[in-house]
Design a protein around this ligand. Structure first.
Ligand code: COA
Length: 637
């Protein structure tokens, strides 16, 4: 066997180790599953007292089915073969005569978790890297290898449906709490614990009565109907059929995707034949591509210094501290720093929950009025107001104080990098790191390459972006870079439609029906109408700006932040009326300018190729992921 090894110990317990020889991450390709069957044959011939299944890779347990194999599916038979392969293997594993245990350290996703669920016991290692989940729904498919059946039996329906329908992952402690894991232990005792469980053979945990009832057929139908209502708020069936399919497979076929006839929209052949699955798999690949841009430089930053504690600077600093870096945040006085520190505290509490980890994150974020952190920082990020002279003066000073190999970065969105770089003794040291608002939610960071930016700085800056768990996209320094450039004409087209008398609600609905995550008018209000005007000016559009936009700005109604814009806002929510019926062709009219600009950006080599344009639009503007990106859409629509 190439990918699995069996080791037998004197106590009669055997260990089956997965270590794909041909890949960095363990995935369950056809070959790997075939070999698992071979391994089970070997074990059948001489059954062990117990079996531990674990990974031989430091990176994690198993990352699921091999996504590349989905791309090779050509027909119904091919789609069914993929499901059958895993379903049958895991059924077999679930029925072996000896006790089985999955020892899980690092990621355990999709088919990896389904394999673990087919074992009698699961031990998870309590480390930040341990993440369990069924992310199939994010790829437009469903967990077809037993996850839909087995997970609810362990956790009850509500928690299982939450994981199945959102694709989100959970950590080791949560897995224990939900009943997915039998034990959650530190790494040093993981082996002993696994053996201990196999020796003691505790009887499987039983669901309490209310959760057990959640699995009976009547309750199932009710719970699924409630869950479907929640799903409908986030994803329309015509755009994202997979979550609906999960609910149907669970209620009608107890999670057995093979039982659904191919003609059923919930069947795997139907899902794999839909453009949604192909496009979401494309989005996964685009994301991997962006990740790989951050892998070319191995250096890690330990300390980040951020200058400017406004919304962007403060939130960038908080994010970096959340991701484990030491951060000094500089502004003129403590009063200016206070709101940023407060927002950071809230972010840490929301994301980390555990009081000790929250305290550590708070400790990592250090207010620094004197700017002492500059001299120790590996990365210095400027996020002060958009004024070229102020930035030039600042960078000249930062350059003198900073370590010679520190990254010097500006978060400017509108000032050409070249104009700032001129103030540095070594202008090749300056790069742009353009974050988006809200920092905690937006995955993309544009790595802005100025005319004089040193070439080796780009992979380094990209590696830093990866280090803080964002996606780097290198872009040429030109007005609007990529994201604002493609977004602005779309927002303007939407505002022009309002000028023509179409209700903002109707305009937004047209975009939502196309698949955008938020309507353009609501987005403009969220971004700030003053910012929209500024971006419009920066992009040098000759067209007169939309009338209503200018009226609102003149009246001081800047959108969400002032409580009024195109919509009235209370508690961060827009008061929207009924959308009414959407005029034919409205969505196309809004999207068209975005596509035109995406093509122009490509022609001007703002990013390296068409896939990167699409990646930028999807991760930077939220362009309907199931459509695969604006250029992909333009080529296939
Ligand atoms: N199928 C095929 N390839 C996969 C894969 C999968 N399920 N999961 C990971 N890989 C590949 C990646 O493409 C990457 O390839 P590369 O080295 O050629 O770039 C490699 O494995 C390492 O993954 P990478 O993403 O760089 O490592 P990471 O530590 O940042 O993240 C994961 C690891 C597992 C969290 C992430 O890759 C992931 O989310 N994978 C998909 C999980 C999934 O959706 N599974 C369900 C499949 S149905």
């Amino acid at each position: 066997m190439q990918h699995w090894t069996i080791a037998r110990e004197a106590d009669g317990i055997a260990t089956l180790v997965i270590d794909r020889t041909d890949a960095k991450a363990n995935t369950l390709s056809a070959a790997v599953l075939d070999e698992l069957n071979e391994a089970l044959d070997v074990l059948d011939r001489e059954p062990p007292k117990g079996l531990i299944i674990r990974s031989g890779k430091a990176s994690g347990f198993i990352a699921g089915a091999d996504i590349d194999e989905f791309g090779e599916v050509r027909d119904e038979a091919g789609a069914i073969a993929i499901v059958r392969r895993g379903w049958d293997t895991f059924e077999r594993l679930a029925q072996v005569g000896y006790p089985t245990l999955a020892l899980i350290r690092g990621f355990c996703l999709g088919g990896g978790l389904e394999l673990a669920l087919a074992c009698r016991y699961r031990v998870v290692v309590d480390e930040p890297g341990t993440r369990l989940g069924l992310p199939e729904v994010m790829l437009g498919i469903v967990p077809g290898w037993g996850g839909i059946r087995r997970l609810p039996r362990l956790t009850g329906a509500p928690a299982a449906l939450d994981l199945l329908l959102t694709g989100r992952t959970i950590d080791a402690r949560r897995a224990k709490k939900l009943g997915i894991a039998d034990e959650c232990v530190p790494v040093r005792i993981m082996e002993n614990t696994a053996r201990g469980v196999l020796r003691a053979l505790p009887s499987p945990r039983k669901l309490g009565l209310p959760l057990a009832l959640s699995l009976n057929p009547l309750a199932r139908r009710y719970i699924a109907a409630q869950a479907q209502k929640q799903v409908a708020k986030r994803a329309r069936r015509e755009h994202y059929p997979a979550p609906y399919a999960i609910l149907e497979l669970w209620t009608r076929y107890d999670g057995n995707a093979l039982a659904a006839p191919a003609s059923d929209p919930a069947s795997i052949p139907s899902l794999l034949a839909s453009p949604t699955a192909a496009n979401l798999i494309r989005v996964f690949r685009l994301q991997e591509r962006l990740k790989s841009l951050g892998k070319e430089d191995e250096r890690k930053a330990a300390h980040v210094h951020v200058v400017g504690a406004g919304t962007m600077g403060g939130d960038i600093a908080a994010w970096c501290a959340l991701r484990g870096l030491t951060v000094t945040l500089q502004d003129q006085d403590a009063k200016r720093l206070a709101p940023a520190m407060q927002r950071a505290g809230k972010l840490f509490a929301d994301r980390l929950r555990d009081p000790r980890r929250v305290r550590d994150a708070n400790d990592r974020l250090i207010p620094d009025v004197a700017g002492d952190g500059v001299a120790r920082a590996d990365v210095v990020i400027e996020a002060i107001f958009e004024n070229v002279e102020a930035k030039r003066t600042l960078f000249a000073a930062l350059e003198r104080k900073a370590k010679p190999d520190a990254i010097l970065a500006s978060n400017t969105s509108s000032i050409p990098l070249e104009d700032i770089a001129g103030a540095l003794a070594d202008p090749t040291r300056l790069v742009g790191l353009h974050f988006f608002n809200p920092v905690a939610r937006m995955m993309l960071v544009e790595v802005v390459v100025g005319e004089r930016t040193r070439e080796t700085l780009v992979p380094r800056a990209a590696a830093f972006v990866r280090q803080i768990d964002k996606l780097p996209l290198p872009v040429k320094s030109a007005p609007g870079f990529l994201v604002n450039r493609v977004l602005a004409p779309y927002l303007m087209a939407a505002m022009r439609a309002v000028d023509e008398g179409i209700a903002p609600e109707t305009v937004d609905e047209a975009a939502l029906a196309f698949g955008m995550p938020m309507g353009p008018i609501e987005l403009a209000d969220t971004v700030g109408l003053d910012i929209c005007v500024e971006v419009g000016k920066m992009l040098g559009s000759d067209a007169t700006p939309p009338r209503r936009l200018m009226e609102l700005v003149a009246a001081g109604h800047l959108g969400r932040k002032t409580g009024r814009g195109f919509y009235a806002w209370t508690d961060g929510k827009a008061a929207k009326g009924a959308a009414g019926s959407v005029p034919a062709g409205l969505a196309e009219r809004l999207i068209e300018p975005l596509i035109t600009e995406a093509k122009a950006a490509l022609a001007q080599s703002i990013v390296a190729d068409a896939d990167l344009v699409d990646a930028g639009a999807i991760f930077g503007t939220g362009f309907a992921p199931f459509r695969g990106g604006p250029l992909h859409y333009a080529g296939t629509a």
